[in-house]
Design a protein around this ligand. Structure first.
Ligand SMILES: NC(=O)c1ccc[n+]([C@@H]2O[C@H](COP(=O)([O-])OP(=O)(O)OC[C@H]3O[C@@H](n4cnc5c(N)ncnc54)[C@H](O)[C@@H]3O)[C@@H](O)[C@H]2O)c1
Length: 278
């Protein structure tokens, strides 16, 4: 009896593994011969997005602040036979942004997609109690950097057919937690940036959408999950009964970049295990 019980999870596990592997193998290469630049992509949500876009056929340029992390992420994906390259890019530094653009062009010759995942860790504190330095750091990295980086890539992206941008906000914008003040403000600004850029770039046939994750199990959310600021999670009350996983955010980004989404722009898409909308 005990043996039978202990065998069940293993059978389920192998089925789940096989299902995941076969779906990756049998999915069409919807992004073949296209190039994706992804910030903050050496772990967590960004890494899962990089892996998925590459599995779907894109050449992916990985980046984050630390060379070792870039090397590790690139090696891990190349081991899967995926087409990736990488460079260090702290998105708040102009010279690093420039290097990211140059790397993409040198290695891949073009850029079709920009996915801006890098975000500053939520600093636990009230909005009005935050210093000017905190405001500058959070707004620089979370809001200004995606716009400035896109500005540098625009001349190359507008030469391509069906370019696409995905920004990453947070479900916290719909029900802000008082102690994540400046972070919430920055993520709310990204919804505005999405709408504004979508309108601005539609005539160039560049689409701009926004991924809005809920609580996803990563190092980033660990700060919130482990601290006293965590509140009753809406998913526990009326949502899918588990935390989100980085890969839960990846397929939707691939879809938003793909031709299937060619008439979708200016949208905020929540991946949270529940709907914060009315
Ligand atoms: N995890 C969640 O629950 C959650 C929820 C809502 C939104 N988000 C957003 O998702 C994004 C990714 O978060 P995650 O949970 O995957 O975090 P993570 O800590 O697992 O990964 C973050 C990645 O971004 C990189 N990064 C951080 N600051 C950077 C900078 N200034 N320049 C370049 N790279 C930088 C890190 O090196 C790392 O590769 C963030 O924008 C975050 O605000 C996360």
């Amino acid at each position: 009896m005990l043996k039978a019980l202990t065998q069940v999870p293993r059978v389920l596990l192998s089925l789940a593994t096989r299902r995941r592997a076969s779906s990756a193998a049998t999915r069409g290469r919807t992004l073949a011969d296209q190039v994706a630049v992804i910030t903050g992509s050496t772990k967590g949500i960004g890494f899962s997005i990089a892996q998925r876009l590459a599995q779907d056929g894109a050449h992916v340029v990985i980046s984050s602040r630390n060379q070792q992390n870039v090397d590790r992420a690139v090696a891990e994906l190349r081991k899967e036979g995926l087409s990736v390259t990488g460079t260090v890019c702290h998105v708040g530094k102009a010279e690093d942004q420039h290097k990211l653009v140059t790397t993409a062009l040198e290695h891949c010759g073009a850029v079709d997609f920009l996915v801006c995942v890098a975000g500053v860790n939520p600093l636990v504190g009230s909005t009005l109690g935050s210093s000017e330095q905190v405001w500058d750091k959070v707004l620089n990295v979370n809001v200004k950097a995606p716009a400035l980086l896109l500005g540098q890539l625009l001349p190359y992206m507008e030469k391509r057919e069906g370019s696409s941008v995905v920004l990453v906000s947070s479900v916290g914008v719909y029900s802000p937690h008082a102690k994540l003040g400046v972070y919430n403000v920055s993520k709310t600004a990204l919804l505005g940036l999405t709408k504004t850029l979508a309108a601005e770039l539609a005539p160039k046939n560049i689409r701009v959408n926004c991924l809005v994750p809920g609580v996803i199990e990563t190092d980033f959310s660990q700060v919130v999950r482990a601290s006293s600021i965590s509140c009753p999670c809406p998913t526990a009350l009326y949502g899918v009964q588990r935390l989100g996983r980085p890969e839960d955010c990846a397929g939707i980004v691939s879809f938003l970049c793909s031709p299937d989404a060619s008439y979708i722009t200016g949208e905020n898409i929540v991946v949270a295990g529940y709907s914060p909308h009315l």
